[in-house]
Design a protein around this ligand. Structure first.
Ligand SMILES: Cc1ncc(COP(=O)(O)O)c(C=O)c1O
Length: 293
């Protein structure tokens, strides 16, 4: 693993920031997680656009896009993994001990690159067992869930409760009890060959993989509707899926101890995962061709 702190790339133990950094003190930061296919970052543009959206929403100054690109590339090069996980974090920086964001000095840019570790095969072969621990995703107001900020406490709390109860992961709900998303993934359900997913207005991250799945579904004639889903609706579905950059598409086979559909990964999961994987490979192939011409 290599870590880049404001342009200095080192091993993790030498990578330091002040404890007065506002990312540490208040979660006053934004971040993105990307991964490579064939050594090339997938959906770099979409992730960096979301980083800019998050930063805008928090009125946090991002380094120039050219600086982000240069530092990301340098860190990937030095880390030199066959496939990489890449986390880009921008904090508002350090300052006096006050909430007032105008007192912050300069933003800190931290890039963490480690080897990409695929999820265990059993996730895709046997499916995930989830629970709904009743944790509410942040209200869709100031810290809107579409902002990928350093404050992930609702996800941390929900995942902690799920793990303690012996589940793989958890789903979060909105203030009215409707499902929003997973702790680090978006939610899809399959009913009679059609896809359903909670709408962004329910308060959830606009996942890059979620958007890709919706586009691929449209291209291949699979109807996909944004629709509010109650927890009990899941038991009327043929399949339930999670999507994220790191997982691609993962099947959910059980919720709160009750099976979903057949209780096994289904055909829509297999189809969408293959489509997402192929689309990612095609996109990095096109990036490689464009940069070599
Ligand atoms: C809360 C949350 N929802 C959804 C996602 C999936 O987003 P993406 O597909 O852009 O990785 C993530 C990814 O980290 C997340 O943290």
């Amino acid at each position: 693993m290599k870590i880049n702190v404001n342009g200095r790339i080192t091993d993790p133990r030498e990578a330091t920031l002040s404890v007065l950094d506002r990312g540490f003190l208040y979660g006053d930061s934004v971040y993105e997680v990307m991964r490579t296919y064939c050594g090339v970052l997938f959906a770099r543009k979409a992730h960096l656009e979301r980083l800019a959206h998050s930063a805008d929403a928090l009125a946090l100054a991002l380094p120039e896009r050219s600086v982000l690109d240069r530092e990301i590339d340098a860190t990937l090069r030095v880390a030199a993994h066959e496939e990489s996980y890449c986390r880009v974090i921008v904090t508002r920086g350090q300052g006096p001990l006050t909430l007032d964001p105008t007192t912050a000095e300069a933003p800190n840019l931290v890039i963490i690159v480690k080897a990409y570790e695929p999820f265990p095969k059993r996730v895709y072969e046997q499916g995930l067992r989830l629970c709904i621990p009743g944790v509410t995703r942040a209200a869709a107001d100031l810290a809107h869930p579409s902002v990928k900020s350093g404050n992930y406490l609702s996800s941390v709390l929900a995942l902690g409760r799920a793990k303690q109860a012996g589940y793989d992961d958890a789903l979060l709900v909105d203030h009215q009890g409707f499902l929003t998303e997973g702790t680090s993934s978006n939610l899809f359900a399959v009913r009679r060959g059609q896809l359903l997913t909670p709408p962004l207005r329910s308060g959830l991250l606009a996942g890059v993989t979620r958007a890709l799945v919706m586009r691929l579904a449209e291209d291949s004639g699979i109807v996909c509707q944004e629709q509010r889903l109650a927890p009990d609706d899941l038991f009327t579905m043929d399949e339930v899926l999670l999507t994220s950059t790191l997982r691609e598409v993962a099947p959910v086979v059980e919720m709160d101890g009750r099976p979903i559909g057949t209780g096994k990964p289904g055909p829509m999961f297999a189809r969408l995962r293959a489509m997402v994987h192929a689309a990612a490979l095609a996109q990095v192939q096109a990036t490689m061709e464009a940069s070599s011409s």
